[in-house]
Design a protein around this ligand. Structure first.
Ligand code: ZN
Ligand code: MN
Length: 475
């Protein structure tokens, strides 16, 4: 019997606003615990929430980027529960009239393309952050009230791979839109995962379980792998899946029960009487639509045309908006965009990965990379020396011209100087000269190598090769 998984995601995204959802407290994550707080986000009785317009705009922008219908009139509701990290004992969220409805995202996984539909996107507030270590529980209210956007999908995803692709594409779009920092380590983006399996040929979805609060894509992937297998085995052995909330235990690599359906919360939603409905005029939404950023697909096409680079390069570069921005500045001043792209796709991305750092902490400017390319193109540097220059640019932020000067790497292109070295190589290695003349063409590369060594890598390899050829092939 074959089983088909149906997976739905509820992705919570912390919006990149300066202040909180319903008060003027800062959202700064680096502050000392419990310093960005006020009566509103501490849930004092009688404190009144005031809506953050920027959070509404960012949510609508997300909806527009994901093809949602924008609800002209939405409202906020109170979602009641008892939690230690929410002192008012309700979360302000949106129940039956969210800001964005429908929409979806194209994904491609394992050679299959599909459209994952969205149910809705709504806006709510984050809760405080509690931690439990060494028998002590601590709570930090800095996070309480941070604007939180929730993106809910239909159960259109059918494998852990597709879930990963969906999440990465979503993250990429949110970063392009400047919606959120989407930093997984800071839990800017976390998700609940619904999962069920059904026998092939049956239309009706199976009983689903929910995995709560996954904050790494890898965690989602592994948890889903295990949960799908667990459900399949249950059904195959004649058992039934219980509707319950489970958690992923990364150490034991199992999903385990958190609470069953019987313990499910009744949230007793009711409209928040302290907040007015959000009414969005069509002109307002259209104004925002006009300000939508260029999304990855469009950018890949444009970069391919504008800079004459292969589509493959454009895809690699545009994968990360900050990388693509860096490339465009460098390519714009360089006049040799393909060379800029090569440097970025090889040396730069490798160095960034090796040093485990992002492009935002890079020590040199796009203009410096363009200059390095120019130095190579003008024959001042050969490719080996250029790599040495790149290394000091990357490690110390040294300007390329200064590096060439300091390191004495200027390429030797002086004919007289080169000729001396070429003659010396020919005299020293008469056997290789014989080999070459007997038809062993590889001997030429050996001789080029000898000259490069004599020059400590600074000789212009093209000129050396031509000179050697000229002397070896008497015309
Ligand atoms: Zn506050
Ligand atoms: Mn939520």
């Amino acid at each position: 019997m074959q089983y088909i998984p149906s997976i739905g995601l509820e992705v919570h995204v912390q919006l990149d606003t300066r202040t909180k959802m319903f008060c003027a407290c800062m959202t700064d994550l680096d502050s000392e615990p419990n310093t960005n707080i006020c009566p509103v986000c501490l849930g004092y009785p009688g404190a009144l929430p005031v809506m953050n317009e920027e959070a509404v705009r960012l949510t609508v922008m997300t909806g527009l980027m994901l093809g949602c219908e924008i609800n002209p009139r939405s409202k906020f509701d109170r979602k009641n529960y008892f939690y230690p990290d929410m002192p008012k004992n309700y979360q302000i969220s949106q129940y039956d009239s969210p800001l964005c409805i429908g929409g979806g995202l194209d994904i491609e996984a394992g050679g299959v393309s599909k459209y994952v539909r969205l149910v809705r996107i709504h806006l709510e507030e984050d809760v405080a952050k509690s931690s439990h270590t060494g028998g002590i529980s601590r709570i930090d209210f800095n996070r309480a009230g941070h604007p939180l956007m929730e993106i809910v999908t239909e159960p259109d995803i059918s494998s852990p791979d597709e879930a990963m692709v969906f999440l990465s594409r979503l993250r990429q779009i949110l970063l392009y839109g400047g919606i959120s920092k989407c930093n997984l380590e800071d839990a800017n983006m976390r998700c609940d995962v619904n999962c069920s399996v059904r026998p092939e040929g049956r239309e009706e979805l199976g009983v689903k379980t929910e995995l709560k609060n996954m904050n790494t894509f890898k965690g989602v992937f592994h948890a889903l792998e295990h949960e799908i297998e667990r459900q399949k085995a249950l059904l195959a052995s004649g058992g039934a899946v219980a509707q319950e909330t489970r958690r992923w235990n990364a150490e034991l690599c199992v999903t385990e029960v958190m609470r069953s359906k019987e313990e499910a919360h009744d949230y007793r939603y009711l409209p928040d009487p302290d907040l007015v409905p959000v009414c969005l005029a069509a002109e307002q939404v259209e104004g925002w639509r006009e300000c939508l950023p260029e999304l990855p697909e469009k950018r890949i096409k444009r970069m391919t045309n504008q800079y004459g680079i292969p589509e493959y390069d454009a895809k690699v570069l545009a994968d990360d908006k900050a990388i693509a921005d860096f490339f465009e500045v460098a390519a714009g001043v360089s006049g040799n965009p393909k060379a800029v792209s090569n440097w970025m796709m090889t040396e730069m991305l490798r160095c960034l990965a090796d040093s485990d750092s992002g492009i935002d902490s890079i020590m040199f400017a796009p203009e410096d990379l363009a200059r390095l390319v120019e130095l190579v193109d003008k024959g001042v540097l050969n490719s080996n020396s250029a790599k040495e220059v790149f290394a000091v640019m990357f490690e110390k932020g040294v300007k390329p011209d200064a590096a060439v000067e300091n390191m004495g790497l200027k390429q030797v292109s002086d004919v007289g100087e080169l000729e001396k070295m070429v003659d010396e190589a020919l005299n020293k290695h008469a056997d290789s000269v014989d080999d070459y003349r007997k038809g062993k063409k590889a001997a030429l590369q050996f001789l080029v190598g000898q000259v490069m060594r004599m020059s400590k890598g600074k000789a212009n390899p093209k000129m050396v090769q031509e000179m050697l050829k000229g002397k070896l092939d008497p015309t």
